[in-house]
Design a protein around this ligand. Structure first.
Ligand code: C2E
Ligand code: MG
Ligand code: MG
Length: 605
């Protein structure tokens, strides 16, 4: 192949900062680096060669030099370190034994074709560690030509999977296999890696899968928002990575669930050691931006081991997950091997699902009501209906104990319909009984928002109960609106035209586009209670609350504050022109009869 046929490789100048910083250079950058070497002035004989040599020796990423026959001529120290191979095991061999493409057979043929036609190839390569682990990585291979235009060498450069998304042209491929937030293998790739470990392990050695679930991640996001949540995930990923050997793999399944694959484990003691180091690494207090500053986080880890725990990759992964749930249930921040006893504990979740199903059939739900005050008028203008489950033998279960499962299983549709009907019926009867006019607010979950018959369902309930639409308010969380509003938007618009009041709940934690929110058919924005809780505390929490109120006001909707517990919070909200407030300061959510008494006795602030 002639050099002049090959398309020019990118040759933008290398930013000065990355040249000597020791940061892992991206393959593209390394290609740039090679162009620079080629163009570097030859001051004294051999200068360029020494430059190239220095790069080869000191690069943080793996470099292989192959001959025209694709046999390895040399590997650099970084490649030796990350792959575990010694030069004598690699040199002179076609690297097929240790590298395959992410997918599909005939990897080398594919690469060879690309090199022949374009002079270069870039893509995902899985390097098999000497100990059996598989390392997905991003590689670039280019041809180096002789003066006569023949291929002299192929230069293969790996870009370590550094953290954070890369804005390059091959993003699509990366996104298919890697989690953009942490740079770790994503769910899909994790599954493939476990499959690989499974096939690899059949000829002798065992391997282990650890499933790590952060203990209070949901609460952290709820309280501090997604930006802090992302920081936490990123940092936890970094720490876990730091504990692992080169041949281990780490992935994130989404949310706060991580998976570690440990190839070549000799005994359960090895696994226990890794699990403990992971727990220790996670438990170091974690600095974050914003008012939280430092967070204490723990993880619960479950471990499953091949061959003991598994007939298949899927079952090993599942058992590790079950063991992690068991660990969490018994002692947060602990770890647990999968055992028969652990396996038998899968039942409670099933039975929770079954008893929730029964609860729907037997109608074991009840609504409690919390008043909302207009801060200018100084009187009750609304009431929020909050559902509870009267579970046999358990007392009142709060929504957090069953709404997520109801969402997952789809039971939320029936439960939500019941809540809507019961709330409208109650509102109508209070209105008939002469209580001051109050809008009845009902919470809708994300799944309900995307229901086809959302509009017709609500209209039917309004007709059946006889409640005027302007006395109904629908609350949908900001994050559900961001996620599902596209589907529900027509229904929301139609409801609003009928006079139904619409509110974005838990505002400020969803990190959404203000412009988008502004264009939704909303009447009110309800500030998340995490911000209200900041008012009157130490530090700059009040400033943050003020800023979020300001943001909500910029949307030109009514601004509501929830979770008001203290008088100084109320004063602050008044000073900041908040329109409405609710919280324990005024009243806890009450059963219907108590609420009615409350309104009759104390309709004003
Ligand atoms: P939400 O809509 O944001 O409701 C406010 C939550 O804050 C309620 O918790 C309420 O009891 C609590 N709260 C009110 N005032 C204060 C206060 O001063 N301090 C503190 N710390 N908390 C206060 P609850 O009743 O546990 O409800 C939790 C969530 O469950 C609700 O959050 C809502 O998203 C959901 N939910 C409740 N009822 C329903 C329902 O019928 N359907 C659906 N889909 N979701 C519901
Ligand atoms: Mg609400
Ligand atoms: Mg709320």
């Amino acid at each position: 192949m002639n050099k002049h046929n090959a398309p020019r490789l990118r040759s933008a100048a290398l930013p000065a900062s990355s040249a000597g910083s020791g940061a892992a250079p991206h393959p593209d950058t390394l290609i740039d680096l090679m162009s620079i070497i080629e163009r570097a002035p030859e001051r004294q004989g051999g200068d360029r060669l020494r430059l190239a040599d220095a790069i080869f020796e000191s690069a943080a990423d793996g470099i292989l030099i192959l001959g025209p026959d694709l046999k390895v001529i040399a590997m650099n120290p970084a490649f030796a370190a990350t792959s575990g191979y010694e030069a004598r095991e690699v040199v002179g061999r076609v690297p097929e034994f240790m590298a395959t493409a992410a997918r599909g057979a005939n990897f080398l043929k594919h690469v060879g074709d690309a090199l022949a036609s374009q002079g270069a190839w870039k893509g995902e390569v899985w390097v098999r560690h000497r100990d059996g682990g598989v390392h997905p990585g991003w590689w670039a291979i280019r041809s180096i030509f002789t003066a006569g235009g023949d291929v002299a060498y192929y230069l293969a450069l790996s870009g370590a999977l550094d953290f954070g998304p890369r804005a390059n042209g091959d993003r699509g491929v990366r996104l298919a296999n890697f989690d953009p937030l942490t740079g770790l293998a994503n769910k899909r790739l994790v599954r493939e890696l476990v499959e690989k470990a499974f096939t690899g392990a059949r000829d002798g050695k065992g391997f282990a899968v650890l499933y790590a679930d952060l203990d209070s991640f949901g609460a952290i996001v709820e309280r501090w928002g997604h930006r802090v949540g992302d920081q936490v995930l990123f940092e936890i990923a970094r720490r876990m990575n730091g504990v692992l050997r080169k041949c281990d793999s780490l992935g994130r399944l989404g949310g706060d669930d991580f998976v570690v694959i440990l190839p070549g484990v000799e005994s359960e003691t090895d696994v226990a050691k890794v699990a403990r180091s992971l727990l220790d690494a996670v438990a170091v207090p974690l600095p974050v931006d914003g008012p939280a500053r430092e967070l204490a986080i723990t993880a619960s880890i479950g471990a499953a081991v091949y061959p003991k725990d598994g007939g298949s990759a899927a079952s090993i992964l599942h058992r590790a997950e079950v063991a992690s749930a068991y660990a969490k249930e018994h002692a947060r921040g602990s770890w647990q091997f999968f055992t028969d006893e652990v396996g038998s504990r899968e039942v409670p979740r099933l039975s929770l699902e079954a008893s929730l199903q029964h609860a729907v059939e037997r109608n074991e739900f009840v609504l409690h009501f919390q008043p909302k005050f207009d801060l200018r008028l100084g009187r009750i203008v609304g009431v929020e209906a909050l559902i509870r489950w009267q579970k046999r033998g358990h007392g009142l279960v709060p929504p957090a104990g069953f709404i997520p499962l109801a969402e997952e299983t789809g039971l939320i549709n029936e439960i939500g319909d019941w809540a809507l009907r019961a709330a409208c019926r109650q509102a109508k009867s209070w209105s008939d009984a002469g209580l001051p006019p109050m809008r009845m607010a009902v919470n809708l979950s994300a799944r309900q928002l995307s229901k086809e018959d959302l509009l017709s369902g609500i209209v039917r309930i309004l007709e059946k109960t006889g409640l005027p639409p302007n006395l109904l308010e629908i609350e949908v969380t900001e994050s559900a609106l961001m996620e599902k509003a596209v589907k529900g938007i027509a229904a929301l618009r139609a409801l609003r035209e009928m006079g139904v009041h619409l509110t974005a709940d838990d505002f400020g934690v969803g990190y959404s586009s203000l412009n988008y929110l502004k264009n939704l058919p909303l009447d009110s924005i309800k500030i998340d209670r995490a911000f209200v809780a900041e008012i009157g505390g130490q530090g700059d929490g009040a400033m943050l609350a003020g800023a979020v109120i300001g943001l909500a006001q910029s949307l030109e909707k009514r601004v509501v504050a929830e979770g008001v517990e203290q008088r100084n919070q109320l004063e602050f909200l008044r000073q900041h022109w908040c329109d409405e407030a609710q919280g324990y300061l005024f009243s806890r959510p009450l059963p219907a009869d108590e609420f009615e008494r409350f309104v009759r006795e104390r309709p004003r602030l």
